[in-house]
Design a protein around this ligand. Structure first.
Ligand code: SF4
Length: 114
């Protein structure tokens, strides 16, 4: 039995996930916790948020994020890929900075214009 805190809403339910019984989830306050608890044990994913270096803008960095969750084990590689980016201003909010980051189906996109 593993314990996971559901992060799908501010209630933060403490979930128990039973690995020996098909990842049965208990402690959830709503159905969203069922899927979250199982996924968090079998294939945890995360939205990655960070910043990239900017050239030619009034701000030295631009906030970015993945447009989909990526496998948690790839988060360090995604952060490493962001270190190599030198974004040229101007760029619109939502502009794709890296397509299919680290071989995933997620893109890195800007979260503001610069
Ligand atoms: S299980 Fe439902 S109610 Fe509980 S934290 Fe997750 S989303 Fe919120």
């Amino acid at each position: 039995m593993k314990e996971v805190i559901c992060i799908c809403c501010p209630k933060g339910c403490h979930l128990q996930v039973d690995e020996e019984h098909d990842y049965k989830v208990t402690g959830n306050g709503c159905p969203n916790g069922l899927a979250y608890g199982k996924e968090e044990i079998t294939n945890p994913t995360r939205i990655v948020t960070s910043t990239v270096r900017v050239t030619g803008g009034i701000h030295p960095r631009c906030p970015v994020k993945t447009d989909k969750a990526v496998p948690k084990k790839l988060v360090p590689a995604v952060m490493e890929a962001l270190n190599d980016i030198d974004l040229k201003a101007p760029a619109a909010g939502g502009a794709v900075v890296i397509e299919h980051v680290c071989g995933t189906d997620a893109n890195i996109v800007t979260t503001r214009s610069i």
